[in-house]
Design a protein around this ligand. Structure first.
Ligand code: AP5
Length: 216
């Protein structure tokens, strides 16, 4: 199964992609995680991306397209993928079409998570991430058993730099500017499936799971 998740910051893309990955046994590819990993290692990609990320801007398209091309090539032989964070605009979607054609594959669905700004802002303010395994928590919606410590691996939980209020505002602005063309593109292709993502994670995932089972 080959899936893309789109939606505003805090819509729950990472959370749903993790659940889909576990349930359906397909790799989770996240461009945000790849970039954050490169930043934390001080890799050249991280040095180039860090400023854009901390301002809430998009990292330049050509760089992102090459990263995703590599990821898709590496996932050959796997039973598909769930891609979270890419494409983010029409230019990336068009470049992605070429990658898919080169690989001789196509998308089964583009899952669009629709969330109100109010809910998303609260989610981002309370989000904590494991510095070792990347697991996603929320201080009230999905708290770890021990404050500041990952349940899964014991790693330290941290708050993302781009979850500061001023950056969050800009990330929404960028999303609203860039995503409209992207969503129309996939709607016209007939692969877009929208879900209300304001509900609690378990409820949102049940709806997605039901839909994905209906595809097979
Ligand atoms: P990225 O990491 O992709 O950030 P984003 O798109 O802003 O999305 P988020 O990760 O903030 O939110 P999410 O929808 O994954 O929500 P989550 O599941 O964590 O990208 C970061 C930056 O990298 C970009 O700004 C850009 O600079 C760069 N970048 C990445 N890809 C790029 C690209 N293709 N091109 C250019 N630049 C790129 O959930 C949020 C919180 O809510 C969590 O605490 C979670 O526990 C909680 N939660 C989730 N769902 C629910 C629910 N249903 N109910 C209750 N709580 C929930």
């Amino acid at each position: 199964m080959r899936l893309v998740l789109v939606g505003a910051p805090g819509a729950g893309k990472g959370t749903m992609a993790n659940l889909i990955s576990k349930k359906f046994g397909i790799p989770h590819l996240s461009t945000g995680d790849i970039l954050r990993n490169a930043v934390s290692k001080g890799a050249p990609l991280g040095k180039e991306a860090k400023g854009y990320m901390n301002r809430g801007e998009l990292v330049p398209d050509p760089l992102m397209v090459e990263i995703v091309r590599g990821e898709i090539t590496d996932s050959r032989g796997a039973s598909g993928f769930v891609l979270d964070g890419f494409p983010r605009n029409l230019r990336q979607a068009e470049a992605f079409e070429k990658i898919l054609i080169d690989e001789g594959i196509s998308l089964d669905a583009v899952i669009h998570l629709r969330v109100s700004r109010e809910v998303a802002v609260k989610r981002l303010a309370g989000r904590r991430i494991c510095s070792d395994c990347g697991a996603i928590y929320h201080l009230t919606n999905n708290p770890p058993r021990k404050l500041g410590v990952c349940d899964k691996c014991g790693g330290r939980l941290y708050q993302r730099e781009d979850d500061q209020e001023a950056t969050v505002k800009n990330r929404f602005k960028v999303y609203e500017r860039e995503a409209r063309g992207l969503i129309d593109f996939y709607r016209q292709k007939g692969v877009l499936k929208s879900f209300r993502a304001d509900e609690e994670a378990k409820v949102v995932f049940q709806e997605i799971e039901r839909f994905l089972k209906s595809l097979s």
